[in-house]
Design a binder for this molecule. Structure first.
Ligand code: NAD
Length: 354
Protein backbone atom coordinates (compact mmCIF):
# COMPACT_ATOMS: atom_id res chain seq x y z
CA UNK A 1 0.00 0.00 0.00
CA UNK A 2 2.20 2.78 -1.30
CA UNK A 3 0.50 6.04 -0.37
CA UNK A 4 1.59 9.51 -1.47
CA UNK A 5 0.76 12.04 1.24
CA UNK A 6 0.26 15.65 0.15
CA UNK A 7 -0.63 17.84 3.15
CA UNK A 8 -0.92 21.11 1.15
CA UNK A 9 -1.84 24.40 2.80
CA UNK A 10 -3.75 25.95 5.70
CA UNK A 11 -5.16 23.26 7.97
CA UNK A 12 -3.92 20.60 5.50
CA UNK A 13 -0.77 19.64 7.46
CA UNK A 14 -2.68 19.47 10.79
CA UNK A 15 -5.49 17.23 9.59
CA UNK A 16 -3.22 15.01 7.48
CA UNK A 17 -1.01 14.46 10.54
CA UNK A 18 -4.04 12.93 12.31
CA UNK A 19 -4.80 10.65 9.35
CA UNK A 20 -1.13 9.66 9.33
CA UNK A 21 -1.43 8.63 13.01
CA UNK A 22 -4.30 6.36 12.04
CA UNK A 23 -2.34 4.83 9.14
CA UNK A 24 0.68 4.37 11.39
CA UNK A 25 -1.52 2.47 13.87
CA UNK A 26 -2.83 0.27 11.07
CA UNK A 27 0.73 -0.34 9.88
CA UNK A 28 1.70 -1.50 13.37
CA UNK A 29 -1.22 -3.92 13.15
CA UNK A 30 0.32 -5.45 10.04
CA UNK A 31 -1.03 -3.53 7.04
CA UNK A 32 1.81 -2.98 4.52
CA UNK A 33 1.39 0.80 4.51
CA UNK A 34 4.23 2.97 3.17
CA UNK A 35 3.89 6.75 3.29
CA UNK A 36 5.85 9.24 1.23
CA UNK A 37 5.31 13.01 1.49
CA UNK A 38 5.36 15.73 -1.18
CA UNK A 39 4.25 19.34 -1.71
CA UNK A 40 1.15 20.56 -3.51
CA UNK A 41 -0.72 23.86 -3.82
CA UNK A 42 0.80 26.91 -2.17
CA UNK A 43 3.32 24.62 -0.46
CA UNK A 44 4.37 23.41 -3.93
CA UNK A 45 4.69 27.00 -5.13
CA UNK A 46 6.80 27.93 -2.08
CA UNK A 47 9.06 24.87 -2.45
CA UNK A 48 9.42 24.66 -6.23
CA UNK A 49 7.61 27.62 -7.83
CA UNK A 50 4.84 25.33 -9.06
CA UNK A 51 1.56 24.26 -7.39
CA UNK A 52 2.17 20.77 -8.76
CA UNK A 53 5.94 20.19 -8.79
CA UNK A 54 7.11 17.47 -11.21
CA UNK A 55 8.38 15.40 -8.27
CA UNK A 56 4.90 15.42 -6.72
CA UNK A 57 3.16 14.23 -9.87
CA UNK A 58 5.82 11.55 -10.34
CA UNK A 59 5.36 10.31 -6.78
CA UNK A 60 1.57 10.32 -7.18
CA UNK A 61 1.83 8.32 -10.40
CA UNK A 62 4.11 5.75 -8.78
CA UNK A 63 1.87 5.34 -5.73
CA UNK A 64 -1.24 3.17 -5.34
CA UNK A 65 -3.21 5.99 -3.76
CA UNK A 66 -2.85 9.63 -2.77
CA UNK A 67 -4.00 11.28 0.46
CA UNK A 68 -4.39 15.04 0.14
CA UNK A 69 -5.13 17.66 2.81
CA UNK A 70 -6.26 20.87 1.14
CA UNK A 71 -4.80 23.71 -0.91
CA UNK A 72 -5.18 27.48 -0.95
CA UNK A 73 -4.37 30.54 1.10
CA UNK A 74 -4.85 34.31 1.02
CA UNK A 75 -1.15 34.88 0.29
CA UNK A 76 -1.51 33.09 -3.07
CA UNK A 77 -4.69 34.85 -4.22
CA UNK A 78 -2.90 37.37 -6.44
CA UNK A 79 -0.56 34.98 -8.25
CA UNK A 80 -1.10 34.49 -11.99
CA UNK A 81 -3.59 31.67 -12.58
CA UNK A 82 -1.10 28.92 -13.54
CA UNK A 83 0.71 29.38 -10.21
CA UNK A 84 -2.40 29.40 -8.01
CA UNK A 85 -2.80 26.52 -5.54
CA UNK A 86 -6.05 25.19 -7.02
CA UNK A 87 -4.27 24.67 -10.36
CA UNK A 88 -2.22 22.02 -8.54
CA UNK A 89 -5.46 20.20 -7.72
CA UNK A 90 -6.91 20.47 -11.22
CA UNK A 91 -3.64 19.27 -12.74
CA UNK A 92 -3.14 16.28 -10.44
CA UNK A 93 -6.73 15.13 -11.10
CA UNK A 94 -6.15 15.46 -14.83
CA UNK A 95 -2.63 13.98 -14.63
CA UNK A 96 -3.86 10.87 -12.84
CA UNK A 97 -6.98 10.57 -15.03
CA UNK A 98 -9.27 10.84 -11.98
CA UNK A 99 -12.61 11.32 -13.67
CA UNK A 100 -15.01 10.05 -10.99
CA UNK A 101 -15.42 12.01 -7.75
CA UNK A 102 -17.42 10.21 -5.09
CA UNK A 103 -18.73 12.21 -2.17
CA UNK A 104 -20.92 10.51 0.38
CA UNK A 105 -23.18 12.77 2.45
CA UNK A 106 -24.12 10.85 5.58
CA UNK A 107 -25.71 12.04 8.76
CA UNK A 108 -24.36 10.37 11.90
CA UNK A 109 -27.11 9.87 14.48
CA UNK A 110 -24.86 11.62 17.03
CA UNK A 111 -24.69 14.75 14.85
CA UNK A 112 -28.27 14.99 13.66
CA UNK A 113 -28.69 18.30 15.50
CA UNK A 114 -25.67 19.82 13.76
CA UNK A 115 -27.57 20.00 10.46
CA UNK A 116 -29.19 23.27 9.49
CA UNK A 117 -32.27 21.27 8.48
CA UNK A 118 -34.86 19.77 10.84
CA UNK A 119 -33.70 16.43 12.30
CA UNK A 120 -36.60 14.51 10.72
CA UNK A 121 -35.51 15.65 7.24
CA UNK A 122 -31.93 14.44 7.60
CA UNK A 123 -32.03 11.66 10.17
CA UNK A 124 -30.67 8.52 8.49
CA UNK A 125 -29.56 10.45 5.39
CA UNK A 126 -27.09 8.50 3.26
CA UNK A 127 -26.58 9.77 -0.28
CA UNK A 128 -23.69 9.52 -2.69
CA UNK A 129 -22.90 12.32 -5.10
CA UNK A 130 -20.89 11.28 -8.12
CA UNK A 131 -19.37 14.26 -9.88
CA UNK A 132 -17.53 13.98 -13.20
CA UNK A 133 -14.19 15.59 -12.52
CA UNK A 134 -12.05 16.06 -15.61
CA UNK A 135 -14.38 17.55 -18.23
CA UNK A 136 -17.09 20.20 -18.59
CA UNK A 137 -16.76 23.97 -18.55
CA UNK A 138 -13.83 23.80 -16.10
CA UNK A 139 -11.56 22.37 -18.79
CA UNK A 140 -13.29 23.37 -22.06
CA UNK A 141 -11.39 25.38 -24.64
CA UNK A 142 -11.54 28.10 -25.86
CA UNK A 143 -11.80 30.26 -22.79
CA UNK A 144 -10.58 33.67 -21.85
CA UNK A 145 -11.35 37.36 -21.98
CA UNK A 146 -11.63 38.93 -25.43
CA UNK A 147 -12.50 42.25 -26.99
CA UNK A 148 -15.52 42.23 -29.28
CA UNK A 149 -15.78 44.16 -32.55
CA UNK A 150 -17.74 46.91 -30.79
CA UNK A 151 -14.82 47.34 -28.38
CA UNK A 152 -16.60 45.78 -25.40
CA UNK A 153 -14.67 43.17 -23.39
CA UNK A 154 -16.20 39.75 -22.84
CA UNK A 155 -15.35 36.79 -20.62
CA UNK A 156 -16.12 33.33 -22.04
CA UNK A 157 -15.75 29.61 -21.28
CA UNK A 158 -16.74 26.52 -23.21
CA UNK A 159 -18.90 23.67 -21.89
CA UNK A 160 -18.55 20.30 -23.58
CA UNK A 161 -18.78 16.59 -22.81
CA UNK A 162 -17.73 13.83 -25.17
CA UNK A 163 -19.63 10.57 -25.37
CA UNK A 164 -16.80 8.52 -23.83
CA UNK A 165 -16.50 10.93 -20.89
CA UNK A 166 -20.21 10.61 -20.12
CA UNK A 167 -20.29 6.84 -20.61
CA UNK A 168 -17.42 6.01 -18.26
CA UNK A 169 -18.72 8.13 -15.40
CA UNK A 170 -22.27 6.85 -15.95
CA UNK A 171 -20.96 3.27 -15.54
CA UNK A 172 -19.34 4.24 -12.23
CA UNK A 173 -22.68 5.75 -11.17
CA UNK A 174 -24.76 2.70 -12.05
CA UNK A 175 -22.20 0.39 -10.43
CA UNK A 176 -22.25 2.37 -7.20
CA UNK A 177 -26.06 2.36 -7.23
CA UNK A 178 -25.93 -1.45 -7.57
CA UNK A 179 -23.99 -1.61 -4.28
CA UNK A 180 -26.42 0.77 -2.55
CA UNK A 181 -30.14 1.53 -2.90
CA UNK A 182 -30.37 0.81 -6.66
CA UNK A 183 -31.56 4.32 -7.53
CA UNK A 184 -29.69 6.79 -9.69
CA UNK A 185 -30.73 10.37 -10.37
CA UNK A 186 -28.87 12.06 -13.22
CA UNK A 187 -28.79 15.84 -12.82
CA UNK A 188 -28.45 18.18 -15.79
CA UNK A 189 -29.86 21.32 -17.37
CA UNK A 190 -31.23 19.67 -20.50
CA UNK A 191 -33.98 22.27 -20.86
CA UNK A 192 -31.37 24.91 -21.73
CA UNK A 193 -28.00 23.34 -22.56
CA UNK A 194 -27.16 21.17 -25.57
CA UNK A 195 -24.32 19.57 -23.58
CA UNK A 196 -26.92 18.46 -21.03
CA UNK A 197 -29.31 17.13 -23.69
CA UNK A 198 -26.49 14.95 -24.96
CA UNK A 199 -25.55 13.92 -21.37
CA UNK A 200 -29.14 12.78 -20.77
CA UNK A 201 -29.21 10.80 -24.04
CA UNK A 202 -26.01 8.89 -23.21
CA UNK A 203 -26.93 8.22 -19.56
CA UNK A 204 -30.28 6.83 -20.73
CA UNK A 205 -28.45 4.55 -23.17
CA UNK A 206 -26.00 3.27 -20.51
CA UNK A 207 -28.98 2.60 -18.20
CA UNK A 208 -30.11 -0.19 -20.54
CA UNK A 209 -27.16 -2.25 -19.26
CA UNK A 210 -28.43 -1.88 -15.67
CA UNK A 211 -32.11 -2.88 -15.73
CA UNK A 212 -32.09 -3.31 -11.92
CA UNK A 213 -31.43 0.39 -11.40
CA UNK A 214 -34.24 2.92 -11.24
CA UNK A 215 -33.00 5.89 -13.31
CA UNK A 216 -34.49 9.37 -13.01
CA UNK A 217 -33.44 12.72 -14.47
CA UNK A 218 -33.67 16.08 -12.73
CA UNK A 219 -32.81 19.65 -13.69
CA UNK A 220 -30.04 21.08 -11.56
CA UNK A 221 -32.13 23.96 -10.23
CA UNK A 222 -34.77 21.52 -9.02
CA UNK A 223 -32.07 19.22 -7.58
CA UNK A 224 -30.68 22.14 -5.57
CA UNK A 225 -34.20 22.68 -4.19
CA UNK A 226 -34.97 19.00 -3.56
CA UNK A 227 -31.71 18.54 -1.63
CA UNK A 228 -32.96 20.92 1.05
CA UNK A 229 -36.68 19.98 0.76
CA UNK A 230 -36.50 16.17 0.89
CA UNK A 231 -32.90 14.95 0.64
CA UNK A 232 -33.71 11.36 1.58
CA UNK A 233 -35.41 10.81 -1.80
CA UNK A 234 -31.92 10.41 -3.32
CA UNK A 235 -29.59 7.42 -3.39
CA UNK A 236 -26.87 8.13 -5.99
CA UNK A 237 -26.79 11.51 -7.76
CA UNK A 238 -24.77 11.50 -10.99
CA UNK A 239 -23.80 14.84 -12.47
CA UNK A 240 -21.20 16.82 -14.40
CA UNK A 241 -18.29 18.80 -13.05
CA UNK A 242 -19.75 22.26 -12.46
CA UNK A 243 -23.17 21.13 -11.20
CA UNK A 244 -21.51 18.52 -8.99
CA UNK A 245 -19.15 21.10 -7.54
CA UNK A 246 -22.08 23.14 -6.28
CA UNK A 247 -24.51 20.34 -5.33
CA UNK A 248 -21.91 18.40 -3.37
CA UNK A 249 -21.13 21.44 -1.22
CA UNK A 250 -24.85 21.97 -0.68
CA UNK A 251 -25.28 18.30 0.29
CA UNK A 252 -22.34 18.54 2.66
CA UNK A 253 -24.17 21.15 4.73
CA UNK A 254 -27.11 18.78 5.20
CA UNK A 255 -24.81 16.76 7.39
CA UNK A 256 -23.94 19.63 9.70
CA UNK A 257 -20.25 19.98 9.13
CA UNK A 258 -18.08 20.02 6.10
CA UNK A 259 -15.39 18.81 8.53
CA UNK A 260 -16.96 15.33 8.54
CA UNK A 261 -17.07 14.59 4.81
CA UNK A 262 -14.51 12.52 2.92
CA UNK A 263 -14.19 12.15 -0.84
CA UNK A 264 -12.60 9.84 -3.37
CA UNK A 265 -11.53 10.61 -6.93
CA UNK A 266 -10.95 7.48 -8.97
CA UNK A 267 -9.44 6.50 -12.29
CA UNK A 268 -10.55 3.57 -14.44
CA UNK A 269 -8.53 1.10 -12.30
CA UNK A 270 -9.66 2.33 -8.86
CA UNK A 271 -6.43 4.14 -8.23
CA UNK A 272 -7.55 7.12 -6.24
CA UNK A 273 -6.92 10.45 -4.66
CA UNK A 274 -8.61 10.82 -1.28
CA UNK A 275 -9.26 14.14 0.42
CA UNK A 276 -11.69 15.89 2.72
CA UNK A 277 -14.44 17.86 0.94
CA UNK A 278 -13.51 21.08 2.67
CA UNK A 279 -10.81 23.57 1.76
CA UNK A 280 -7.72 24.77 3.58
CA UNK A 281 -9.71 26.89 6.09
CA UNK A 282 -7.03 29.58 6.44
CA UNK A 283 -9.21 31.29 9.08
CA UNK A 284 -8.51 28.49 11.58
CA UNK A 285 -5.12 27.19 10.34
CA UNK A 286 -2.41 26.56 12.91
CA UNK A 287 -4.82 26.80 15.88
CA UNK A 288 -5.30 23.07 16.47
CA UNK A 289 -9.08 23.42 16.19
CA UNK A 290 -9.79 21.92 12.73
CA UNK A 291 -11.85 18.75 12.51
CA UNK A 292 -9.62 15.94 11.17
CA UNK A 293 -12.43 13.38 10.81
CA UNK A 294 -13.12 14.05 7.11
CA UNK A 295 -9.46 13.30 6.38
CA UNK A 296 -9.47 10.19 8.58
CA UNK A 297 -12.67 9.02 6.87
CA UNK A 298 -10.93 9.62 3.52
CA UNK A 299 -8.44 6.93 4.58
CA UNK A 300 -11.42 4.63 5.16
CA UNK A 301 -12.62 5.34 1.60
CA UNK A 302 -9.11 4.59 0.33
CA UNK A 303 -9.18 1.20 2.04
CA UNK A 304 -12.60 0.47 0.53
CA UNK A 305 -12.08 1.66 -3.07
CA UNK A 306 -8.38 1.34 -3.88
CA UNK A 307 -7.31 -1.51 -1.61
CA UNK A 308 -10.64 -3.41 -1.51
CA UNK A 309 -10.29 -3.76 2.28
CA UNK A 310 -13.87 -3.18 3.38
CA UNK A 311 -12.98 -4.65 6.80
CA UNK A 312 -10.33 -1.98 7.43
CA UNK A 313 -12.63 0.76 6.12
CA UNK A 314 -15.34 -0.34 8.54
CA UNK A 315 -12.87 -0.50 11.39
CA UNK A 316 -11.90 3.15 10.84
CA UNK A 317 -15.53 4.22 10.43
CA UNK A 318 -16.57 2.40 13.60
CA UNK A 319 -13.72 4.06 15.51
CA UNK A 320 -14.94 7.47 14.40
CA UNK A 321 -18.50 6.58 15.46
CA UNK A 322 -17.26 5.49 18.88
CA UNK A 323 -15.40 8.75 19.42
CA UNK A 324 -18.59 10.66 18.60
CA UNK A 325 -20.56 8.40 20.94
CA UNK A 326 -18.09 9.27 23.69
CA UNK A 327 -19.18 12.90 23.26
CA UNK A 328 -15.87 14.17 21.89
CA UNK A 329 -16.28 17.08 19.45
CA UNK A 330 -14.13 19.60 17.61
CA UNK A 331 -15.52 23.15 17.60
CA UNK A 332 -17.32 22.87 14.25
CA UNK A 333 -19.57 20.04 15.52
CA UNK A 334 -19.71 21.06 19.16
CA UNK A 335 -23.01 21.25 21.01
CA UNK A 336 -23.76 21.88 24.67
CA UNK A 337 -23.07 18.94 26.96
CA UNK A 338 -20.29 17.53 24.75
CA UNK A 339 -16.56 17.70 25.36
CA UNK A 340 -14.73 20.12 23.08
CA UNK A 341 -11.29 18.92 21.99
CA UNK A 342 -8.67 20.01 19.45
CA UNK A 343 -7.50 18.54 16.17
CA UNK A 344 -4.58 16.51 17.56
CA UNK A 345 -6.63 15.20 20.51
CA UNK A 346 -9.32 14.06 18.06
CA UNK A 347 -6.69 12.16 16.06
CA UNK A 348 -5.43 10.53 19.27
CA UNK A 349 -8.98 9.59 20.28
CA UNK A 350 -9.59 7.82 16.94
CA UNK A 351 -6.29 5.93 17.26
CA UNK A 352 -7.25 4.93 20.81
CA UNK A 353 -10.65 3.78 19.61
CA UNK A 354 -9.07 1.75 16.75
P1 NAD B 1 -13.11 26.08 3.37
O1 NAD B 1 -13.75 24.77 3.19
O2 NAD B 1 -11.65 26.11 3.51
O3 NAD B 1 -13.75 26.80 4.64
C1 NAD B 1 -15.13 27.11 4.76
C2 NAD B 1 -15.49 27.26 6.25
O4 NAD B 1 -15.49 25.97 6.85
C3 NAD B 1 -14.47 28.09 7.04
O5 NAD B 1 -15.15 28.82 8.03
C4 NAD B 1 -13.59 27.04 7.69
O6 NAD B 1 -13.02 27.46 8.91
C5 NAD B 1 -14.56 25.89 7.92
N1 NAD B 1 -13.89 24.58 7.84
C6 NAD B 1 -13.42 23.97 6.73
N2 NAD B 1 -12.84 22.81 7.04
C7 NAD B 1 -12.96 22.66 8.36
C8 NAD B 1 -12.55 21.64 9.28
N3 NAD B 1 -11.89 20.54 8.91
N4 NAD B 1 -12.83 21.83 10.59
C9 NAD B 1 -13.47 22.91 11.02
N5 NAD B 1 -13.89 23.90 10.20
C10 NAD B 1 -13.64 23.78 8.89
O7 NAD B 1 -13.57 26.97 2.13
P2 NAD B 1 -13.19 28.49 1.74
O8 NAD B 1 -13.09 29.32 2.96
O9 NAD B 1 -14.14 28.85 0.68
O10 NAD B 1 -11.77 28.38 1.06
C11 NAD B 1 -10.54 28.56 1.76
C12 NAD B 1 -9.39 28.17 0.82
O11 NAD B 1 -9.49 26.79 0.52
C13 NAD B 1 -9.38 28.91 -0.50
O12 NAD B 1 -8.05 29.21 -0.83
C14 NAD B 1 -9.99 27.90 -1.46
O13 NAD B 1 -9.53 28.09 -2.77
C15 NAD B 1 -9.45 26.62 -0.90
N6 NAD B 1 -10.26 25.42 -1.22
C16 NAD B 1 -9.56 24.27 -1.42
C17 NAD B 1 -10.21 23.08 -1.65
C18 NAD B 1 -9.41 21.83 -1.78
O14 NAD B 1 -8.24 21.83 -1.47
N7 NAD B 1 -9.98 20.73 -2.23
C19 NAD B 1 -11.62 23.06 -1.68
C20 NAD B 1 -12.31 24.25 -1.44
C21 NAD B 1 -11.61 25.44 -1.20
Amino acid sequence: MKIAVLPGDGIGPEIVAQAAKVMEALRKDGLPIELEYAHIGGAGYDAAGDPLPDATLKLAKESDAVLLGAVGGYQYDNLPRPQRPEQGLLRIRKGLGLFANLRPAMVYPELVNASSLKPELVSGLDIMILRELTGDIYFGQPRGIRTLENGERQGFDTMHYSESEIRRVAHVGFQSAMKRGKKLCSVDKANVLDTSMFWREIVTEVAKEYPQIELSHMYVDNAAMQLVRAPKQFDVILTGNIFGDILSDEASMLTGSIGMLPSASLDANNKGLYEPCHGSAPDIAGKDIANPLATILSVAMMMRYTFARVDVAQRIETSVRKVLQQGLRTGDIYEAGMQKIGCAAMGDAVVESL
